[in-house]
Ligand binder design. Structure first.
Ligand code: PMP
Length: 344
């Protein structure tokens, strides 16, 4: 059992220093050793606590944030929750401009954390004044002394992981890590962590996980933005329809694409095999591991770290709902019917 009985001044002191947990069953057939960096152990249950705290504290250091200042961002996801949490403790106002596609549960969760939520129409283009991007920009320009986190285009997103996730993994693996496997959304997690690890050992191989329907893998390979790659997909937080400047494409060795369906099944499998109730993108990252192992990417000496970005509780109405899986056509009922005993 864990022996850390430290008493903390507030919840922010629990950000970072997340555990590295060995994967035992789901990777049993693969060559090498596999460890998950489980970011659900952050108090806001995701890796985004790290960037929220780091970016806000940088703004404080630079004197941009003053008591009662406002922090603005455009997300209903993990980043919104983390910014709201940090704002509560530090006494800032938190404004989140979110798309009307966001579920009521998510909006309620953000409001519960004290955020002021502007729900903006999802069907308008990014340059429409009603879009959540434009609403955030306008609020930022109108609110003196406000900070716009802008995670996709903020270099500090990379620095947050360079200064925390990277050093933690290096220490936890005693410098023996051979591969880093991580999902790429804004790219902050993979870029910052990889930048630190490659500074220690340039041989560490860095593999990004991308979604079918996202431009990242193709852009990495061709340096061209191909809008033909873009189509809707279900995994949230992974992949993108634009090129984020918070991604350092040079530091990533390769990308692997994973499907919505495989990732969903693998997320459910993680709970059943490793007892890890983690989010959809953790399933995606593990699905990436499976594909890489099948390709022969790893050998007996591989020590692979995969980042699990958040907790499973955020996906109760989705990946962990049988009804949702059924609606998506992810349960292969045809096979189940074929597997029925035949009566004569
Ligand atoms: N998984 C989830 C659930 C996320 O919310 C995000 C953030 N968009 C990621 C993975 C990817 O992390 P990053 O933005 O640092 O690339």
């Amino acid at each position: 059992m864990k022996e850390d009985l430290q008493v903390y001044d507030n919840v922010l002191q629990l950000i970072g220093n997340t555990p590295l947990i060995k994967l035992n069953k789901i990777t049993r057939e693969f060559k090498g050793e596999f460890f998950a960096k489980v970011e659900a152990f952050n108090p806001g249950h995701s890796a985004k606590d790290r960037i929220a705290l780091y970016i806000i504290e940088e703004a404080e250091r630079k004197g941009i944030l003053k008591p009662d200042s406002t922090i603005i961002e455009t997300t209903s996801g993990n980043t919104g929750f983390s910014i709201a949490m940090v704002s509560v403790i530090k006494g800032y106002e938190c404004i989140l401009a979110v798309s009307s596609k966001a579920s009521n549960d998510k909006i309620d969760m953000l409001k519960t954390m004290g955020a002021k939520v502007y729900v903006c129409p999802a069907h308008v283009s990014a340059d429409d004044p009603r879009s959540y991007y434009q609403v955030a920009k306008r609020l930022h320009s109108e609110t003196k002394g406000s900070v716009y986190i802008n995670q996709y285009f903020n270099e500090l997103n990379i620095d947050a992981h360079f200064n925390s996730t990277g050093p933690e993994i290096w220490k936890q693996t005693e410098g023996k890590i051979t591969h880093l496997v991580a999902c790429s959304g804004t790219g902050g997690t993979i870029s910052g962590t990889a930048r630190y690890l490659k500074q220690q050992n340039p041989e560490v191989k860095v593999i990004g996980i991308d979604a079918y329907g996202s431009v990242l893998k193709k852009y990495h390979e061709t340096k061209e933005f191909d809008s033909g790659e873009i189509y809707p997909y279900r995994i949230e937080g992974l992949g993108k329809n634009l090129i984020p400047s918070a991604t350092d494409f040079e530091i990533i060795d390769r990308f692997v694409k994973v499907s919505d369906e495989d990732s969903a099944h693998t997320a459910r499998e993680l709970a059943k095999t490793e007892g890890l109730f983690v989010g959809y993108t953790s399933g995606a990252a593990t699905q990436g591991l499976k594909q890489l192992a099948e390709e022969g990417e790893f050998d007996e000496n591989s020590k692979v770290v995969v980042i699990f970005p958040d907790h499973g509780s955020r996906y109760m109405g989705k990946v962990f709902s049988d009804d949702w899986m059924e609606e998506q056509g992810f349960f292969d009922t045809k096979n189940e019917i074929e597997a029925q005993p035949i009566e004569f």
